[in-house]
Design a protein around this ligand. Structure first.
Ligand code: PGA
Ligand code: ZN
Length: 416
């Protein structure tokens, strides 16, 4: 069996928002891998650049003319070497020459081709024989911010985490139940509700943040009772989208409220306590490490997760670890470009006691790779939405992985 690369090709495809993105095929002597890149709407400032000047067409050209000739003849098993080569071929700090999404698609397609060459599932190829822990799915069930329009809430994502689920499939099904029940509750609260959804398949109703939180907690409690294990609420505030640097305030336009950093901190403390939140992502804007530190020191039993704050970047994470800013990190491989980079960040997080949450993006394709990365990297949580084919693609792949692992499958202990 050989994983020697024979060909690398790229094409332009469409994502769940109907935007263009890149897909890459890697063909080895005995295997095949295909990966496509997701894209964000609320991107962090410190993320790598997704595409070179000239967009997806130029990225495809770079694969054909610059990347493919260098990769052909190499062994797809040499992930680190190939990822380092992608950095060399790019030559910049932020992947602006070839594009971070180009690097992502090549890196993932190489990994899948190597796994396929040896007849291994991707999670086992990357994580080894001992990788057998499934993640808890963190599902977006109601949303607004940059993922919706009109009178949807200011806070970007209202999330459910089935913390008590004994298996992955039960957790995924509980999330679906919460989404469905919440739809009915929203219909009661908003008489004009049309069933509209945002980019990630979450309901996008005309509700204030507090109304949305009340409704979410009601749905979680009702489903917890029905399934016999606990489903809890969380948020992605995506506060960089609310932050107005001129006014030095967070603008909640839908709610008609402005909060300075001190008030934002108090508001976060208040809702974490009142709604027993287990997860809050980006409660402050992406440069406010200090407020992350303060909040993490003040709350118990709640993950304070950095997405735009860390952008999967190991240097930014180290800065956070030094001061204990947050206690959890979102891992989005295309925020840094390659698998090796994302793996290094995940390992650094785990060593420092930060819980890594592997994540989709708001613009997704039906690619399933992050399901395998969750298991291979040992991420106890995967954030991947609840509804929509591009979200279900990841959930269904995890259902298959759980089935393949059989008796060896485990759910992680969530301690926070
Ligand atoms: P994205 O962000 O729109 O950049 O994918 C989603 C998120 O903030 O988690
Ligand atoms: Zn986020």
């Amino acid at each position: 069996m050989s994983a020697i690369i024979e060909d690398v090709t790229a094409r332009k495809v469409l994502n769940s928002r109907g935007d263009e993105t890149i897909e890459v095929d890697v063909i080895t002597v005995d295997g095949f891998g295909r990966a496509s890149a997701p894209s964000g709407a609320s991107r962090g400032k410190a993320e790598v650049v997704p595409f070179p000047k000239g967009g997806v067409d130029e990225a495809v050209k770079k694969v054909d003319e610059v990347i493919a000739p260098e990769l052909i003849g190499l062994n797809a098993e040499e992930q680190e070497e190939i990822d380092a080569l992608l950095h060399d071929l790019d030559g910049t700090e932020d992947f602006s020459e070839i594009g971070g999404n180009t690097a992502y698609a090549v890196s993932l397609a190489v990994a899948e081709a190597a796994a396929d060459s040896y007849g291994l599932p991707l999670f086992q190829h990357l994580g080894g024989r001992l990788a057998r822990e499934l993640p808890y799915p963190l599902g977006n069930v109601l949303g607004g911010g940059k993922h919706a329009r009109g009178k949807a809430p200011d806070i970007q994502e209202f999330l459910v985490l089935a913390v008590g689920a004994p298996t992955f499939i039960e957790a995924a099904e509980a999330n679906v139940l919460v989404h469905k029940r919440l739809g009915r509750i929203i219909g009661r609260l908003d008489v004009n509700f049309t069933g509209g959804k945002g980019d990630e398949g979450a309901w996008a109703p005309n509700l204030t943040s507090e109304e949305a939180l009340e409704a979410l907690v009601e749905a979680c409690e009702s489903v917890s009772e029905e399934v016999g294990f606990e489903c809890r609420a969380g948020l992605d505030v995506a506060a960089s989208s609310l932050w107005n640097p001129k006014e030095q305030k967070y603008i909640y336009a839908r709610d008609g409220v402005k909060r300075d950093p001190g008030e934002q901190l108090e508001y976060m403390r208040e809702i974490i306590g009142k709604y027993r939140l287990v997860y809050v992502e980006d409660p402050f804007h992406e440069d406010d490490f200090e407020s992350f530190r303060e909040l993490s020191g003040k709350v118990k039993g709640c993950l304070i997760c950095g997405d735009d704050l860390f952008v999967t970047n190991v240097e930014r994470l180290r800065r956070g670890i030094e001061t204990r800013a947050g206690n959890s990190i979102i891992i989005k491989v295309n925020q840094v470009g390659t698998l090796t980079d994302a793996w290094a960040t995940t390992e650094t997080a785990k060593k420092a006691g930060y819980l890594p949450v592997i994540s989709h993006r708001s613009g997704e394709t039906t690619a399933f790779h992050i399901a395998h990365l969750a298991v291979a990297f040992g991420c106890p949580i995967i954030k991947t939405g609840v509804m929509g084919g591009e979200r279900t693609a990841k959930l269904n792949e995890l259902i298959r992985i759980e089935e393949a692992l059989g008796d060896r499958a485990r759910m992680p202990k969530l301690t926070f």
